[in-house]
Write a protein that binds this ligand. Sequence first.
Ligand code: PLP
Length: 385
Amino acid sequence: MNTYARFPLTLVRGEGSRVWDEKDNEYLDFIAGIAVNTLGHANPAMTKAIAQQASEMLHCSNLFNIPKQQLLADQLTSLSGLGAAFFCNSGAEANEAAIKLARKYFHDQNSPRRSVISATQSFHGRLLSTLTATGQDKVKVGFDPLPPGFSHVPLNDIEALKLAINDQTAAILLEPLQGEGGVNIAEATYLQAVRKLCDKHGILLILDEVQTGIGRCGTMFAFELAEVRPDILTLAKGLGGGMPIGAMLASESVSASFGPGTHGSTFGGNPLSCTAALTVLSEIKANNLLQNVLQRSEQLKRGLQNLATSFPVIKQVRGQGLLVGAELNVEVAPIVAAARDKGLLILMAGPNVLRFLPALNVSAEEVDEALATVATVLEESETWV
Ligand SMILES: *Cc1c(COP(=O)(O)O)cnc(C)c1O
């Protein structure tokens, strides 16, 4: 079905941050599958690990113990400080699981709290629950009736949140850094104040790190930057490095509300996807990729800021780690297309923001090359933007 406005380009293979189309034209990939290809394309450690696992077992029902899933749960709980993990196959499913868990947690306490407050401009996925939580009307049109129990407040406005909280509120659901909505940072002071409000009212804090988690922001999880721990954390995109996997982590006391039969997924946490995720985690550690993310982030942001002095069309450069946005005074779609014609793949985040999401192991040379292409595109576009 025609659900995607596809770029006129067919990519058939990749290596690291390079990809090739079916005519063998080369591109520098600063999209990385929308923050999915954490280790770049055709990473040798990844290829080896999933080939080995494929030769042993692809799938095993969750009615059995799955050692790779247990290992992954151990690592993710230890990294996040949360007590337990549930595995699914996507970001939307992870958020759906988070919303269900929050409701069940209050049900188990005989509390009427059921509703979820999220932020305007947010993106939480395309399921009926998660598109309702999403703070953008364009994803909702035509899909009514939408489930009840969701409301929205502007990001970074703690007074608006205080007014929105009532005795029905079960959870606050936020992205620490909004990806799809325009690369908008939730300020550390805001997240800290939200955490305090949650503690005061006994409300759960759910952080959606589907795009920001697994090293993307220069720390394993973006919540570390704000020094705020959520009660529930969702992950997906970069977790499997290209294999589909989502995870919902929760503190021990909250996770206790998901007993046998309360939730499930046939494919969630299968041996192949868990092997891929374990490889992502071990490669991040072995190759010191968090440090690379911070260094390349500085280089990319500084480079874009320098460009802004020659090209005032660049209004603001923002982001964390390798989730970087450049807001322009003009619509960016023609710039994304012109960059593609010059061999650089970048994304939009809303109509006016260019988004850069390279693999976490992108090199300094590749960042310089991307910056040079953006400079050329802006130079040549001065007549038409
Ligand atoms: C992409 C994204 C989702 C949805 O993930 P899917 O795997 O497409 O379902 C949810 N939340 C955030 C923050 C995302 O960036």
